[in-house]
Design a protein around this ligand. Structure first.
Ligand SMILES: Nc1ncnc2c1ncn2[C@@H]1O[C@H](COP(=O)(O)OP(=O)(O)OP(=O)(O)O)[C@@H](O)[C@H]1O
Length: 582
């Protein structure tokens, strides 16, 4: 049973145990809530005997009922307390664990996994799905199981007491459930459709917000609004369809259940006339029948919610099963050479992005990656830091395969300065301190000075304490990249991965970035995606990558002599410069 709960509801072992406890206590609570009814029947039985025989007196037993009523109230209260604790407190604990475990999963996913499209989806799963699951587990799941168990117990007792009347009460139950069961397939399908389109809309909104500048600058607002409107319309249509379908099946099941009471009246009446059942038993069955369908309706209602839960749980399991990156956490390389040996890699099955890539980026040297757009330069740089795991071959750092090293451990040795700098809506000081969380203010300022940031920071209204707005929107492209360089300075990691800015920077900004970079890369293993020939000419080694393969490799002067792709690229850039100068 524990295993079943763990698998079906994606729970931890402790969570499954707590759910079992919640079900048991909810069942005991349901039974305890019947105590007043049992005493009521006892009282009714005794009163009827008094009325019919006129011999005994009911007065003497009033004190018995008073004591029993108080006792049952106490019992009900105590059981309800424990039931509440096990159902709500423990289930919220499980839900907190579930969120933490999802966040842990995220930590172990390849860094490059976090493409924009997935982020809305991931946050929806962590927040919205986990909340829905939490609510259903506290408000519905234990109750459904408990109501089911209580109902079966009541049915057994009633069948033993009078099977014909019990049959009149319960024949409707399997029919109602059958209707519901048959509707499962349709409901699952519509729930999945509603869920998918909702995720699609979240992605769309996220994408629109992320690209709001581009959308506005290309006057694409109307197109985007139209796309979103269409998706919202279809979401609404699916939602209505799903609700209607659910409403139709649930109400049909309710209607069938409602036939139970007239059945008991008819069967009980006939048995009474034939003298095969006492007035008391008939009354008892009528009272029970009037009450017994409420928990059944509750089960039907909650079952519908459980179907929806299924879709969400499957999504969580999917996340849990995503390929994780793990490895040992003790790692101190003897040196910082990065070696690629026959590396094959594809983002998408069947489309090979890198093919037999082999090279060494030596400690203390600058290795420049050059080549046409889409050739695979960024991919090489990202693989060097284990953003993804490779398909074949080997990448080593200090002679050790990075595939066996925990990505977080590995990352301590890398500073990454890419073009898409992420800045947080906090002070400049804190944005730089991201490079080393325990750095003193002085150390942050020193890094900022070396990265040529201090002069623009000093011009900000509050200097280092200025809030720089959502994703640093108050800063220019060059300033943002210099902040990123300052972070890397502060981190002072032995390996630098650098994507040189492609955007045209003004000459002053460019020379500041260049001098900041030359400070940063001193005595480090540097892998730079180079776009400017000035950077390439200062490199120790140049690797030309085209169509995922290394085409040329050597010092800039060697490659110039070879008169191949690199020499061609040099000529093109020189021609461009001379055209401008002319
Ligand atoms: N996350 C991804 N999923 C699928 N394909 C990708 C992904 N990232 C890159 N690619 C593809 O891999 C190939 C190499 O891309 P990469 O970004 O490494 O090239 P690049 O040489 O750095 O290009 P550029 O100079 O334009 O940045 C391209 O065809 C690109 O479309």
């Amino acid at each position: 049973m524990l295993n079943y709960f763990q698998n079906a509801f994606a729970m931890s072992e402790k969570g499954a145990k707590n759910l079992m406890n919640a079900i048991i206590l909810s069942t005991i609570m349901n039974i305890s809530f019947m105590l007043p009814m049992i005493f009521g029947f006892q009282f009714l039985d005794q009163s009827m005997r008094v009325m019919l025989n006129d011999s005994a007196s009911a007065i003497g037993s009033i004190s018995y009922y008073a004591v029993m009523s108080v006792a049952s109230l106490v019992v009900m209260f105590v059981i309800a307390y424990f039931q509440y604790d096990s159902t709500y407190t423990r289930i919220y604990e499980e839900s907190a664990k579930r969120r933490i475990s999802l966040a842990e999963t995220l930590r172990k996913l390849p860094l490059a996994f976090f493409g924009k499209k997935d982020i809305a989806d991931l946050s929806a799963t962590i927040m919205e799905d986990a909340t829905q699951i939490e609510q259903l587990f506290s408000h519905a799941v234990p109750q459904i199981f408990a109501a089911g168990i209580t109902l079966v117990m009541m049915a057994v007792m009633m069948f033993i007491y009078n099977w014909r009347l019990a049959l009149a009460v319960f024949w409707v139950v399997p029919v109602a459930f059958l209707v519901f069961y048959l509707s499962r397939k349709f409901q699952n399908k519509t729930h999945k459709e509603v869920y998918d389109i909702k995720r699609d809309i979240s992605d769309n909104i996220q994408e629109t917000l992320d690209s709001v500048h581009e959308i506005k600058s290309y006057n694409r607002e109307d197109d985007y609004r139209q796309i979103l409107d269409d998706k919202l319309d279809s979401y609404e249509a699916y939602l209505i369809k799903s609700e209607l379908l659910l409403g139709a099946f649930v109400n049909f099941a309710y209607t069938i259940l409602k036939l139970g009471l007239p059945s008991v009246m008819l069967v009980g009446g006939a048995l009474l006339i034939r003298g095969e059942v006492s007035v008391f038993a008939y009354l008892v069955f009528l009272v029970i029948t009037a009450r017994v369908y409420n928990p059944i309706m509750e089960i039907v209602d909650n079952l519908a919610l459980l179907l929806f839960l299924n879709v969400r749980i499957n999504r969580m399991k999917e996340m849990d099963n995503m390929p994780r990156q793990e490895g040992r956490t003790e790692f101190s390389p003897k040196h910082y050479d990065i070696v690629f040996k026959n590396v094959d890699f594809s983002y998408i099955d069947g489309i090979q992005t890198l093919n037999k890539v082999s090279f060494t980026a030596k400690q203390g040297e600058v290795t420049a990656l050059v080549g046409p757009s889409g050739g695979g330069k960024s991919t090489v740089a990202k693989l060097a830091a284990r953003f993804w795991d490779i398909d074949r071959g080997k990448i080593t750092l200090g002679g050790e395969d990075i595939a066996g090293i925990d990505p977080e451990t590995l990352m301590q040795y890398y500073s990454i300065v890419f073009q898409d700098v992420t800045l947080f809506n906090t002070s400049v000081m804190e944005n730089i301190r991201l490079g080393k969380k325990d750095a003193t203010d002085e150390a942050v300022k020193e890094a900022a000075r070396l990265a040529r940031c201090d002069e623009f920071i000093n011009k900000l209204p509050d200097g280092y304490n200025t809030l720089i707005g959502e994703n640093g929107e108050r800063l220019s492209g060059g300033e943002r990249q210099r902040i990123s360089i300052a972070r890397a300075m502060l981190k002072d990691a032995p390996i630098i991965l650098l994507d040189e800015a492609t955007a045209s920077l003004d000459a002053e900004n460019e020379s500041k970035i260049q001098s900041a970079l030359s400070e940063l890369v001193k005595n480090k293993t540097v892998l730079i995606i180079a776009h400017r020939m000035r950077t390439v000419s200062g490199a120790d080694k140049v690797i030309v990558i085209k169509d995922g393969r290394i085409k040329e490799i050597g010092s800039p002067s060697d490659l110039k002599r070879q008169n191949g792709i690199f020499a061609g690229m040099l000529r093109t850039q020189l021609q461009d410069v001379s055209k401008i100068m002319a």
